[in-house]
Write a protein that binds this ligand. Sequence first.
Ligand code: F3S
Length: 747
Amino acid sequence: MVHDIEMLKRFYSSFVDRVATSRSNIGHPMTLAEKILYAHLYDVNQTTTFQRGEDYVNFRPDRVAMQDATAQMALLQFMNAGKTKSAVPATVHCDHLIQAYKGAGIDIETATSTNKEVYDFLRDVSSKYGIGFWKPGAGIIHQVVLENYAFPGGMMVGTDSHTPNAGGLGMIAIGVGGADAVDVMTGMEWELKMPKLIGVKLTGKMNGWASPKDVILKLAGILTVKGGTNAIIEYFGEGAASLSATGKATICNMGAEVGATTSVFAYDAQISEYLRATERAEVADMADAIAADLQADPEVYAAPEKYYDRIIEIDLSTLEPYINGPFTPDAACPISEFAAKVIANDYPRKMEVGLIGSCTNSSYQDISRAASVARQAIDQNLKVSSPLIVNPGSERVYQTALRDGMIDTFESVGGTIMANACGPCIGQWKRITDDPTRKNAIVTSFNRNFAKRADGNPNTFAFVASPELTVALTIAGDLCFNPLKDTLTNADGEQVKLAEPQGSNLPAKGFVQGDNGYIAPTGASTEINIDPSSSRLQVLQPFQAWDGNELLNMPLLIKAQGKCTTDHISMAGPWLRFRGHLENISDNMLMGAVNAFNGKTNSVYNRETGEYDAVSAVAKQYKSLDIASIVVAEENYGEGSSREHAAMEPRFLNVRVILAKSFARIHETNLKKQGMLALTFANKDDYNRIQEHDKISIVGLGSFAPGRSLMAILQHEDGTQESFEVLHTYNEQQIGWFRAGSALNSK
Ligand code: F3S
C-alpha cells in the first residue's frame, strides 16, 4: 500500500464536522463541490462565505501529484524554497518522456538511457524531500493516482491539466503549474478563485456502443473549449450512479477540454467497489461511514437550479457514440452524422492509425470493451485495415489485461503494445509515414487533438472517440464507417456486422498485483547533482523584481491569430527533453502561434534588423539589448495544459505582457506566478488596432490595484498614437508577485 492511511484517518474523522460548520456559516444546503472546498479552507476557523466567480480563497489541499515533464521545473522551484520535506504527501510519475516507437520493452529501455539524467534527478530530489517516485513504465500519472491515491472528499493539485481525472472517485483534483504545487508542498496557502458550479444531471442508463467517453464528448460540444472556465462541473442523477468509477474518471479527465477548473462525482457504490478492488477497503469503509456528506445535500438534488449556476441535462439512454474533431476536442459529432461531416468537409476518409489507452481511457472497462471489438475481427475473419497502438494506463491494468487475454487479442490483430505511458497522447510518437505532407486521419481515445499534438504533423487530422469505437474504425480503416449500422466484408466475402462491445467494470478475478514501479523516499541525506554543462537540467535563477517604472515602448513580438494553446506556446513532443532547462526550452517559444500579419508560424518582424525571424530568436535579441516586448493574442490564450513553461519562457526572454481577448484559467495563473502581466482588452475590437510595427506601452502600474484598469498606448510607425483601456484580474497578493518578479521571489 502506498497511500498515507494515517493522513486519511485524520481527514475522515474531521470531515463531517467541517462540513457542518461550513453549512451553518454559509446558511444554505451545500453541493458536493462546496463541501469539499469549504472543508479544505486554509484557515479552518474562517467563517467567510465566498462569492463564486469573484472571491479568491486560500485552500489547503491534501496531496500533490507531478508528472516528469512538469515535475522538473516544479522541483527546481521547490529546491529554492528552503524546505527539507514536502509538507503534504506528494508523488512524481515518469510517464511523459517515453517515446512510443517499437513497443513497451524496447521503448522503456531507450527512454531509461536517453532520460537517465532527468530520471535520476527526479528520483533523487523526490527521495530527499519525502516525495514518492513512480519509475518509467509504472503508469500514467492520472491512472496511477486513481488506483492508489485519489480518495472521496479529498483535494489534490497536480502539475498536469488532466489531474481532474481523480474526480471520478469524488475528489476535487485541480491541474496547476509547478509554482502552485510548490505553494502546497511548502505548506503555504494555495489560492484559487472560488469557482462557479455547473451541475450536469445524468438521467437514464447507457447502452450499446455508448460509453462514458461519449458523455464528455457530447458535453464538450455543448460547452465548447471555454464553457467550463472558472467552474467546477458536478455530476449527479441516477445516470451518474450507474457509471463505473473509471467511467466517471474519464468524464472528469476531459473536463479539462472545456476549461473546467475540475469535475466531480458523488461517492457511491461504484466508487466504493473500485476502492476495494484496488486494495483500499479501509478507505472505502471510512467513506461509507460518512457517505451522506460525500454527496450534495438532499435539498440540492431536489431543486438543483437553485444551487448551481447552470444546469445541463444529458439522457444516457439515448446517448449516441461521439467522434470529436479535427483539431479541437469540442467539434462534437454523433456517429450517425459523422460520415456526412467527413464528406462535406473533405476530411481524409482513410483512417490511418487507431490509438487507444492514455490517461483518459485506460481502465479495465475500456480495455475489455475495446478488446471485445478486436476479438470480433479474429472470430469473424475480418482483416484489420489500420495499425492499432495501445498505451495502457498502468502496470496493474497491463498485467491484468495480459492475464485475461486482452493483450493477446490486440496483438493478434496487429496491435502494438506501447509502454504504460503517455506516448502519442503527448506527441511522444515516432510515427513512420510514407509522406508527411499528405493529409491523413487518425482516431484516438485520448483527450486532446490540437494540430500536431500526436505526431507533430500539421497534416494529421486527429479525431477523439471511445476506445471501442476507435477499434471499430481501425478495423474498417474508414472514417465513414458506422458500426451501429454498417457492415464490413470479411475474408470470405461475407457481410459482417460488429456486435456491441462487451466488457466489465472490474476484473472478475481481481487485479494482478506485480511490481508496481513505486520507489519510496529515503530522506534528507540524498545528494542532488545538476551538471552545469547539462542540456537537460539547469539550476533556476530568480527573475528580476519589477523596477517600479511603467512598461514603455515595448515592441510587439507577435500578434497571434486564432487558437493559441500551450502547445502553440511551448510545444511538447521533442521539446519535452528540455523541460528542466529553461534556457534551452525557451527556443520553442510561441513557435506554433500564427502571426496575424503574415499568416505564418514562427516568423515575426524583428525591428532591430528589419527582417523576419523565429519568435524566440527575435525575443532573444531584444533581451540581449535589454528591450522588453509584448505578445498580443485572441480568445482563451493558453488553453490546454498546465505547463508553466508556456509562462516561464516569455518571462525568461523578457516578454513582460501578454495582452489577450481572454485567458485559460491555469495559464493566466501561471503568468501571474511568474511575474508577468496578463491583461485583457476592455473592448475586444481593440485587438484590430494593433499594427505590426507598433511599440506598445502599458501605463498605470504606479497605482496597480485590484479592479483598477490599466491603459495601453500604441505608438504606430506613422507617428500616430492610440490608447485604450486594458483589464486585469490581479488581487493584492498577485500584484505582489508582479512587483517581486515572481511568486517564488515573494515567499
Ligand atoms: Fe499523459 Fe496527459 Fe495524455 S497525462 S496520457 S499526456 S492527457
